[in-house]
Design a protein around this ligand. Structure first.
Ligand SMILES: O=C(O)CCC(=O)C(=O)O
Length: 229
């Protein structure tokens, strides 16, 4: 694993981490495509509804619900292949994740806007662990206040990226569109949330990536780097 450090940020990047742990990523991707009930929720941005520019699924322990664009999303129970990944991460990182956002980017047109995973219901002492399968995509990072230069981490098939606290307090991330990318990528971002306060929105803040406020973020256009969530 490579550690990337900046003021207020610490990431651990494991290349081909899944393959190194015996996972066949092409088979995993096929399995996820088939077994996950993918949805394309509508999100309200500046009073207008838009389909989120990617497919998603919220998977979690009972009680770990969240609200998306004003609607409570159903919890999808852990599927066998995702449960196996959760167990592997627990074994390797010593963290029991209780919730997961899956994002399926069908091509380079699908994207996610600037946001930080800093909702109040998240356990801000726990890391966030992200697994990627499929075509490589750049995950961009930028500081929430001026000073440090933005940078990218290229997340390739099978990669693990762990974001340690307090990264979310000081940095945002985004997955920009890439016109030349024609094939698919699935990302699984495992989190620890506090079930009591879980009825809150991961995504009302992140729908279209204009990155502006926590009610808009996360979907996909590239906003001004000056804007913070
Ligand atoms: O697809 C990715 O790598 C980013 C996912 C992400 O930012 C999130 O789920 O919060």
């Amino acid at each position: 694993m490579i550690t990337i450090e900046r003021p207020g940020l610490r990431l651990h990047h494991g290349s081909a981490w899944l393959q190194a742990h015996g996972v066949e990523t092409a088979a995993l991707r096929q399995c996820l495509v088939q077994e996950i009930p993918w949805e394309q929720p509508l999100v309200r941005v500046f009073g207008k509804q838009h389909p989120t520019p990617r497919l998603t699924c919220w998977m979690a322990d009972p009680g770990c619900s969240y609200r998306y664009s004003g609607q409570v999303q159903p919890i999808t129970p852990w599927t066998p292949s995702v449960q196996a990944l959760r167990d592997l991460l627990e074994h390797e990182l010593g963290v029991r994740f209780n919730s997961l956002l899956l994002n399926r980017y069908r091509s380079g047109a699908d994207r996610m806007g600037w946001h930080a995973d800093d909702e109040p219901e998240l356990d801000n002492n726990a890391p966030i662990a992200s697994l990627s399968v499929g075509v490589p995509r750049d995950l961009r990072f930028r500081p929430r206040s001026a000073g440090e230069a933005p940078f990218s981490v290229c997340l390739d098939d099978g990669d693990l990226l762990v974001m340690d606290p307090p990264t979310q307090a000081h940095w945002q991330h985004a997955l920009p569109a890439r016109a030349r990318v024609k094939t698919e990528r699935i990302n699984l971002t495992f989190r620890r949330i506090q079930p009591r306060t879980a009825m809150q929105s991961i995504s009302t803040r992140a729908a279209f990536g204009s990155a502006a406020t926590s009610t808009q973020a996360r979907a996909g256009e590239t906003p001004s780097p000056k804007t913070s969530a």
